[in-house]
Structure formats: structure tokens, C-alpha cells
Design a protein. Structure first.
Length: 112
């Protein structure tokens, strides 16, 4: 079962967030050795065909289940203000698992 979280992204600003994945039963950090993580598309609705942007996901510490979520300032500036859905999947090459899902709230960019 995946965890749920909310993200707050400022359009036009660099976004960085680090999360640590834990086991639902033991509360131990997940060991992600041998896993890869996919980027997370931002979609207006789970059934939307097109993504409005992508959160770049990187495993920072596989032994302790730490993943970085990031978007550059130029990428966040391309996303319209609003509410988006996202999912984060990991894979060991044979099995794909959704480990995190949530809502991303993107604030509007104020013109200079």
C-alpha cells in the first residue's frame, strides 16, 4: 500500500523535497538497494492523458529509503497554478510498486 502526501510547489522557484520511505508494518526504513525510481508526472486528474510537468525522482540513500523529489525553477514556471495528482513508483526490474501518491498544489507565479 502506498503512502499519501501533499506537496506545495511555488511556480518559478526551484522545488526540492526529500522523503524517507518506511515499511507500513515495522516502520523501518525501506531498503531500496537494487531498485530504481520513476519520475512522477503531475496530472490534473488521475485519468488525464497528458502531464503538466514532471517531478524528477532520485534515490539518494538506497539503504535508508531516501528519495529526492525535484523540479528546476524553469520547469515549475511552466506549470499553471492549481491542484495536481502524482504517483511515485519503484521497480526492481521485475515488479513495479507504487510507494507514494498525493496531491501537489502549485502556486501562481507573480510577474516581475
Amino acid at each position: 500500500m502506498s503512502a499519501y502526501t501533499e506537496l506545495y510547489i511555488d511556480a518559478g522557484a526551484t522545488f526540492n523535497n526529500t522523503i524517507t520511505l518506511t515499511d507500513d508494518v515495522t516502520s523501518d526504513n525501506l531498503n531500496l538497494a537494487g531498485y530504481s525510481v520513476a519520475n512522477a508526472p503531475l496530472k490534473r486528474a488521475p485519468t488525464s492523458a497528458n502531464a503538466s510537468g514532471n517531478i524528477v525522482c532520485t534515490i539518494l540513500d538506497s539503504q535508508n529509503g531516501t528519495i529526492q523529489l525535484a523540479m528546476t525553477a524553469s520547469n515549475t514556471s511552466l506549470v499553471k497554478a492549481g491542484r495536481y495528482e502524482f504517483n511515485i513508483f519503484i521497480s526492481d526490474g521485475a515488479t513495479v510498486s507504487r510507494v507514494l501518491e498525493g496531491t501537489a498544489f502549485v502556486s501562481g507565479k507573480v510577474a516581475n
